[in-house]
Design a protein around this ligand. Structure first.
Ligand SMILES: Cc1ncc(COP(=O)(O)O)c(C=O)c1O
Ligand SMILES: [Zn+2]
Length: 407
């Protein structure tokens, strides 16, 4: 029950069987996983979830593998926290934070990589490779370790220290690249055939979306099978946004949720805002954003392969795309820390700043039910937050609390 029936191209009309390792369609577009939802709805009931695992694999009938076969570290089923004090600060009466910092490796990337590594493992891959802005690398390193597979990770050389140390410590092969994730992606594409790597890059691999779509199932379930009015999502490659939009369509087809779907709000950094610009230009695709820079390393994606899918979902939903500065996202991150006790990634802070702006502008109403996705823990971004709390020490070792030389 619930296995994928086929993989459909997101651009042309080709479709492929799900029984082999696949990347993109022949036309170069991402593949989307399809299920026989009319059949699934006959056997799968909401009440089955009472006995389901407390992880994203609770939705295994609409995932490509059974929960028993998954490579899992108990990812997903993260808390949806009411943020009343933060809401008052930004003028929102019903504000909620979906705290993805609670995931294994402390980011929502765990969902996509649990699913992708599971399928790669089941379909016989031995060596996995990916370019990463940081957190996807950490998640791949962890799940590859759990599956006993090799991981080859290419990251910008100014990636947050937490991501670098995690990847190395999980035993991955890490290459730091003098460039951005786009340069890292080029290296993986050039070398993968020669090296025998299966490429699990964002959207070049069909199952990461399936893992991330569970954020959409969860938010609906946590609201008692209702949709919120608006979702703020920090958009890099856009996988989570595309995935949640897919989930909302599936939930409707299953007959589990009706009513208006949420407005999808793509949030980017002013230093890397290809989707915002494309949205404002009314364009179907984005253009490569030159000289991308932002402390929100997950948003440093100058051109997303699935840009047209993100833009389509944002427009169909009646949402919008906006950008905030690095200063605004760190300020807003600190509001969340101080008013809610949640330590968000700058990407989560960006969503708070964006929500404040859209309530002030009247795009959203103060009484709307608003969900902010905090996609990672702020503990993975100590360099960024440290700019607010400089601490002078003679050397880095002097910050180690006596681990090396007790004093
Ligand atoms: C913390 C964080 N937020 C958001 C993103 C963007 O994710 P997506 O590719 O789903 O747009 C990333 C990607 O690296 C990330 O690490
Ligand atoms: Zn195609």
């Amino acid at each position: 029950m619930g296995q994928a029936t086929c993989l459909n191209c997101s651009r042309c009309d080709k479709s492929f069987p799900p029984d082999r390792l696949l990347n993109l369609c022949e036309c170069g577009a991402p593949l989307l996983v399809d299920y026989d939802l009319q059949d699934i709805r006959k056997h799968w009931k909401k009440s089955d979830l009472d006995r389901a695992p407390n992880s994203m694999w609770r939705y295994s009938p609409v995932l490509p593998a059974d929960a028993e076969r998954a490579i899992t570290l108990q990812e997903g089923w993260t808390p949806l926290l009411r943020a009343a004090r933060l809401g008052r600060e930004i003028g929102a009466q019903q504000l909620w934070v979906k705290d993805e910092g609670r995931n294994p490796t402390h980011s929502f990337k765990a969902r996509g990589l649990s699913c992708a590594v599971t399928m790669a493992y089941l379909l016989g891959a031995k060596k996995l490779a990916t370019p990463s802005a940081g957190n996807a690398g950490s998640a791949l390193a962890a799940y590859a370790a759990a599956a006993g597979l090799e991981a080859h990770i290419f990251m910008p050389n100014d990636v947050p220290q937490a991501n670098f140390v995690e990847c190395k410590s999980f035993g991955a092969n890490v290459t730091l690249v003098d460039g951005l994730i786009s340069d890292c992606g080029r290296i993986v594409a050039e070398r993968k055939d020669r090296e025998g790597w299966f490429d699990v890059s964002t959207l070049k691999e069909p199952y990461r979306i399936e893992g991330k779509k569970t954020m959409g199932y969860e938010v609906a379930e946590q609201f008692g099978w209702e949709f919120p009015d608006a979702i703020f999502y920090p958009c890099g490659g856009g996988v989570g946004l595309i995935g949640m939009w897919k989930a909302f369509g599936e939930l409707e087809e299953l007959g589990w949720v009706s009513g208006k779907r949420p407005k999808m709000i793509s949030v980017q950094a002013q230093g890397c805002e290809p989707i915002t610009r494309a949205f404002e230009r009314n364009s179907e695709t984005s253009e490569f954003f030159p000289d991308a820079r932002t402390v929100a390393s997950g948003l440093r994606v100058p051109k997303a392969l699935g840009d047209f899918l993100v833009l389509r979902a944002v427009r169909e939903s009646g949402g919008t795309a906006i950008s905030v500065s690095d200063e605004e996202m760190l300020d807003a991150g600190l509001w969340m820390l101080r008013s809610e006790g949640i330590f968000p990634a700058p990407e989560g802070g960006a969503c708070v700043a964006a929500a404040k702006r859209l309530i002030q502008s009247g795009f959203l109403r103060p009484e709307d039910r608003i969900v902010i996705y905090n996609t990672a823990s702020g503990l993975k971004y100590l360099e960024a937050y440290s700019t607010r709390f400089p601490r002078h020490a003679a050397s880095e070792q002097n910050k180690l609390g006596g681990l090396i030389t007790p004093r």
